[in-house]
Structure formats: structure tokens, C-alpha cells
Design a protein around this ligand. Sequence first.
Ligand SMILES: [Zn+2]
Length: 138
Amino acid sequence: MKFPDSFLCVTSSDGRPVAVQIPLEAWRRIESLARPVLSGFYSEAADSAKIPAASPEPVEAFEELLRYWDFRYPYSPAVRCPVCNTSAEDWRLGDPRPFRLVNANIGGLLVFRCVACHTTVRQKHFRDHVAFEHTTRV
Ligand SMILES: [Zn+2]
């Protein structure tokens, strides 16, 4: 396999690079070296993530999505985490709430963070269906 000039970058919705993807074979070769470094990074990230947890949710963007909802089915506020099986009939209810809204846009994307296990749960609303995706920590 040829060494790439650049690695595949995962970007945020505003085009900011947030992750780098490497081939699984490359990961297998560096995993034992990378794990100790990454565990330090993730514990630091978890500590700093406690501060943004208090940051406001994008409620206005969510309400705008509902206001212009033109999908062929009603909005469902149910959210489920496929990693730890936490679920909510309505993510907006509960104290404490099991999910936090971290991103929303009028195009139909809703992103939640599972408070219990920090998995990111995405609901991508299309005209006739919803696609569910999730990302959990390495
Ligand atoms: Zn979870």
C-alpha cells in the first residue's frame, strides 16, 4: 500500500477537520504504540468535555427544523442509544435528561450525546425515512 500524501479527514458540518481515518491494517500495526498515547488524550478530553456539557443546546436550530418539517411522517422525539440501550420516549423530558442535543439543522440532522456512555447518536431525516447512526469512543 502506497503511503498517502494526505489521510482521509472527517470534517464537521462547518468544514472543520475533526478526525483522521487510517486503514485498519495501519491501525493494527500502530495500535500498541497509539493506545497509551490515546488513553491520555481521551481522559483529558473527557475532563474538558465536562465543561462543554454545560454549553447550551442548539434549541433554536431544532425548533427551526420542526417549524419547516416537510418530511412524510411526523416528528418522533424518541432517542435510543444502541451502545448502552438507554432510551427516551422524548429526549426533551426527564431530570436528568438521558440525551443532550449537540447539533441540529434544518436539513433534518439531529445529533445527540448519550449522557450515560457519551455515544453520539445521529438521526438523519430523509423524505421517507430516518437513518440512525452512532459513534462511540475507540
Ligand atoms: Zn449510551
